[in-house]
Design a protein around this ligand. Structure first.
Ligand code: AHG
Ligand code: MN
Ligand code: MN
Length: 344
């Protein structure tokens, strides 16, 4: 029989307790986070059954970013939309799977809906058919517009304006990590209870790690400094914790979750074909950067700027990203800007 070594806290209780840090809070954000947790349970159930029904495989279409759409992508996209289209808390949504912003139906649209919800319904979906971990990523902003419906401008706010963000990883267990700017906290789904229980309170990313994570297919289209950095990581020098270990699942959510727990650096740089890389700023990079910073880590772009300071100009904007342990990201930044002594 399992015993409990510390207090038992459900995600509902935790989000409610965190509300005290936001003076004047009405409870709408708390409820929105709980709605996301509820949609994650629905998606998790479906992911766990993948292979049993007719839910594996391609949907046959291509999404706004040109990726093949999987049936589970569509299912997850709908689950989040249906959970949030009628609550009066969200004024507009945007999804990696949909070209345009997603309006709230007229009958539920209201000027008092305060929040903007953006999401990647299923990240890492090319891994579904081989049973690797996938997840849902979400980002919440305060609306700026007036009127019944939210606007594109509401969705084009920089990541530093996020009021909450997080992800749910459907791994060996289902874990939800969220932040409202007061630390990053993780909850594990007890599927027999149907409850997310606090399992990773106040996550702290190690200051330095042993792992680097990048798709080395693109080595020859990286900048010379980045090529040198990754080659340097493989050299032998115990004092600087080298050689490092390489891990790359190809599902950002899994690679970043591992980075958060074990430390290290996750990288998706620009390439000759894609100067801004592949990952999407609003649905993937900003929310995970917010979580990583709240855990004490860093997230920068290839030119060394802070990810969360980028001003988005389009909905499906891409950005390069280097995120993870502070020391590792600093070290990487020194290679990228050419100041690292090893480049001399
Ligand atoms: P999605 O499944 O939402 O389209 O995202 C896939 C992304 C991300 O999860 C991962 O880090 C990256 O694609 C992998 O890309 P490469 O195959 O180019 O490495
Ligand atoms: Mn994704
Ligand atoms: Mn996706």
């Amino acid at each position: 029989m399992a015993t409990f070594s510390s207090k038992i806290v459900t995600i509902e209780r935790h989000t409610l307790q965190q509300q005290q840090f936001r003076p004047g809070a009405t409870g709408a954000l708390t409820q929105l986070l709980n709605d996301i947790a509820a949609s994650a349970k629905i998606i998790s159930r479906e992911v766990r059954r993948a292979g049993l029904g007719d839910i594996l495989g391609d949907d046959g279409s291509v999404n706004a970013s040109g990726d093949d759409v999987k049936k589970l992508d569509v299912y997850a996209d709908k689950a989040i939309y249906r959970m949030n289209d009628h609550t009066g808390r969200v004024c507009v949504m945007a999804s990696e799977e949909q070209e345009e912003i997603i309006p709230i139906p007229d009958k539920f649209a209201s000027e008092s809906a305060k929040y903007v919800l953006m999401f990647d319904p299923l990240d890492g979906s090319s891994n579904i058919d081989c049973n690797a971990s996938i997840g849902t990523i979400f980002s919440i902003h305060l609306r700026q517009s007036k009127g019944a419906h939210g606007t594109l401008e509401d969705c084009l706010q920089p990541g530093c304006k996020q009021v909450a963000a997080g992800y749910v990883i459907y791994g060996s267990s289902t874990v939800m990590v969220y932040t409202t700017g007061y630390g990053a906290h993780g909850f594990t789904l007890d599927s027999t209870l149907g409850e997310f229980l606090l399992s990773h309170e106040n996550i702290k990313i190690p200051d330095a790690g042993k792992i680097y994570s990048i798709n080395e297919r693109d080595t020859h289209s990286w900048t010379p400094n980045l090529q040198r950095y990754v080659a340097w990581l493989k050299e032998e020098d115990a004092e600087t914790r080298r050689p490092r270990t390489s891990r790359y699942i190809g599902s950002m959510i899994s690679d970043v979750h591992r980075t958060l727990i074990k430390g290290g650096v996750f990288m998706y740089p620009g390439t000759v074909k894609r100067p801004d890389g592949k990952l999407r700023l609003q649905y993937e990079v900003n929310p995970l950067a917010f979580v990583v910073e709240q855990a004490g880590g860093c997230a920068i772009t290839e030119d060394g700027g802070r990810v969360l300071d980028l001003q988005p100009t389009e909905l499906h904007q891409r950005t390069s990203v280097f995120m993870g342990s502070k020391n590792d990201v600093d070290e990487c930044a020194a290679f990228l800007d050419g100041s690292h002594p090893a480049l001399a």
